[in-house]
Design a protein around this ligand. Structure first.
Ligand SMILES: CSCCC(=O)/C(O)=C/O
Ligand SMILES: [Fe+2]
Length: 177
């Protein structure tokens, strides 16, 4: 995992979009806005994931492969993933193969780009504005973990502004907003 401030240009979103010089964002700053991170790799990787899942009550899981050949309705789905949105549940992703970028809004509403690769386990809290894109490798295979039944509902900005999970998120992590 590597996180940095996003340089907003009209370039392909799958490019790194890193400022020059780069402004790195540390794990403590991610934690401040409710984003959690672990790296689980090696022979015990799955045990580590299972332990985190047990502690955090993640009861269900599935897998998604995002690549033009494997994801049905690829163009529409990738466009939806990159539209700024929230979920009413945590977004929990354990990266099995490939790479991608989660962009999250920080406490100043700036985009922070989080680059994820195999072994990274990333948790985005319910109510945080974010989006996702592949990188130019065009491939990621990830485990999705869920507290309850698997579901994926994205609520876009700005209609999510009045959503209860959004207001609860702000109260917990960005009380000055
Ligand atoms: C890499 S998992 C697919 C993207 C997704 O589920 C999501 O909600 C992105 O924000
Ligand atoms: Fe999402």
């Amino acid at each position: 995992m590597r996180a940095y401030l996003y340089h907003d240009t009209s370039e392909d979103p799958r490019r790194p979009h890193e400022c020059t010089p780069s402004v790195v964002v540390g794990e403590a700053e991610l934690n401040r806005v409710g984003v959690l991170y672990w790296h689980c790799s090696g022979p015990n990787a799955l045990d580590q994931v299972n332990a985190i899942a047990r502690d955090r009550h993640y009861q269900n899981r599935d897998e998604i492969t995002i690549t033009p050949e494997k994801l049905p309705n690829y163009e529409a789905r990738i466009k939806q993933f990159f539209q700024e949105h929230i979920h009413e549940d945590e977004e929990i992703r354990y990266i099995l193969e490939g790479a991608g970028y989660f962009d999250i809004r920080d406490h100043q509403d700036r985009w922070v780009r989080i680059q994820v690769t195999a072994g990274d386990l990333l948790v985005l809290p319910a109510g945080i504005y974010h989006r996702f894109t592949l990188d130019t490798g065009n491939y990621i295979r990830t485990m999705r973990l869920f507290k309850d039944e698997p579901k994926w509902e994205a609520i876009p900005r700005p209609s999510a502004n009045s959503n209860t999970y959004r207001t609860q998120y702000l109260a917990q992590f960005i009380p000055s907003a």
